[in-house]
Design a binder for this molecule. Structure first.
Ligand code: ADE
Length: 417
């Protein structure tokens, strides 16, 4: 099997959408030009487990331009854009992903990408790394290292490294400033609202919008919901983040207090069972519940299913559960990340920076992998800063530089006045 996708006839539509996305990805385009000349990934087999989107297609083309042989599977069963998968297969790439695939197919596709004995694993959520460590340790001898895109994956990997069970170095792309400051905040903020609106077509203005978790994603989501006129409530477990949310102007309260108030709920915590039975019992008729965290564990769907007397799909990605007392609670996108299930994920211009980090992380692993410890590493600051510089340039934004006098002032400890 060299690919497994929904329908190859979707390729032409996929190609056009990739072309559109690439117009907003100038940094990745520049990296691709350099990669085509220098071929830094020559001879590398790279298994990528990412959301199969137009932006990912652009990354795959870039890695391939650098000389890598790329095998791609999905990092979530519901996030694949089938036309993109088809377009990539039509260009000769090996893609294994179908939107809506069941769990068995999802892992079959992951294994298809591992069967090729990759030298680099590229993850969004650490499913490749965890499959390798739990079932396919024979592959470790071929692996230079891995890269990881997302907060949840980095948390998983750091706990593996802390327990000394990580068998190769991994670059935490998420830890670059040009990734989490922008993708997690502005990307998740906009695309989550996009997913909720495409699924429901409801008005946010005047509604109560409950954001669970005030990390970078929660900050972005709260700010965008507020910008659309919603009254935002934040729930948190971390005192510092809760304080920040309060001082950013949001109402902060426990979920049990927010549950009867919210019209919309969206979890972005990275933890499990954040919305559970005792909260569903308090929600008002019509409450809309969604998740934009990596895994579909943040909403306790099992307890919602148990509480319900009936359930029905009322629109695409919208399932209504009726409680014994007649209240209807609506779950979006099966509790999977709503920005990719019901919309198209983060806009291209923010993925430009995330995937510039992924491309440069692969190059960094080829150059330095053999000297890195079996831990989770950041990309060097100069790489992160270079991405910021290129992005600014592409936006036509110029900034000041330090004068020699200013530089001297900043570098000296004598000049207190
Ligand atoms: N994660 C969030 N948005 C994404 C996108 N557009 N492409 C790939 N991964 C994503």
């Amino acid at each position: 099997m060299d690919h497994d996708i929904k329908d190859i006839t979707l390729a032409a539509a996929g190609k056009l959408r990739i072309e559109w996305a690439e117009r907003s990805m100038p940094v990745l385009r520049m990296i691709r030009e350099r990669f085509s000349k220098e071929k830094p990934l020559s001879g590398i087999v790279l298994a990528a487990c990412l959301h199969v989107t137009t932006e990912t297609a652009s990354l795959v083309r870039t890695l391939s331009a650098g000389g890598a042989k790329v095998y791609l599977c999905a990092s979530n069963p519901l996030s694949t854009q089938d036309d993109v998968a088809a377009a990539l297969v039509s260009e000769g790439f090996n893609v294994f992903s179908i939107k809506g695939e069941d769990t068995e197919t999802y892992y079959k596709h992951i294994n298809a990408c591992l069967d090729v004995k990759p030298n680099i694993s590229m993850d969004d959520g650490a499913d490749l790394v965890s499959s390798i460590h739990s079932k396919r340790q024979d592959l470790v001898k071929n692996i230079i290292g891995g890269t990881e895109e997302t907060t949840t994956g980095v948390i998983r990997l750091k706990s593996m490294a802390d327990s000394n069970v990580l068998l190769f170095p991994v670059i935490a792309v998420n830890d670059s400033n040009t990734k989490h400051f922008f993708d997690n905040r502005y990307g998740t903020g906009q695309s989550t609202i996009d997913g909720i609106l495409r699924a429901t077509n409801r008005l946010l203005a005047g509604s109560w919008f409950v954001v669970s978790g005030y990390g970078w994603c929660g900050r972005g989501l709260a700010s965008r919901a507020s910008g659309m006129g919603a009254r935002v409530i934040v729930t948190e477990v971390d005192p510092l983040r809760a304080l920040e949310a309060a001082m950013d102007g949001y109402s902060v309260m426990p979920m049990a207090q927010a549950a009867p108030v919210g019209d919309f709920f969206c979890t972005v915590t990275g933890d499990r069972s954040v919305i559970r039975k005792e909260h569903f019992e308090l929600m008002k008729d019509g409450a809309i519940v969604s998740n934009s965290g990596h895994f579909n564990v943040e909403i306790d769907i099992e307890s919602l299913e148990k509480l319900a007397v009936t359930r029905r799909i009322i629109r695409d990605f919208v399932e209504e559960f009726t409680m014994p007392d007649g209240r209807r609670i609506t779950l979006l996108g099966e509790g999977r990340l709503i920005n990719l299930a019901a919309a198209e994920g983060h806009p291209s211009s923010v993925m430009d920076m995330s995937f510039a980090n992924q491309a440069l992380a692969s190059e960094f692993l080829v150059k330095n992998g053999s000297t890195l410890s079996k831990k989770v590493h950041k990309l060097p600051d100069h790489v992160d800063n270079e991405i910021a510089k290129l992005k600014l340039e592409s936006m036509g934004i110029r900034i000041d530089t330090l004068t020699p006098e200013q530089e001297q002032y900043l570098n000296s400890w004598q000049m207190g006045t």
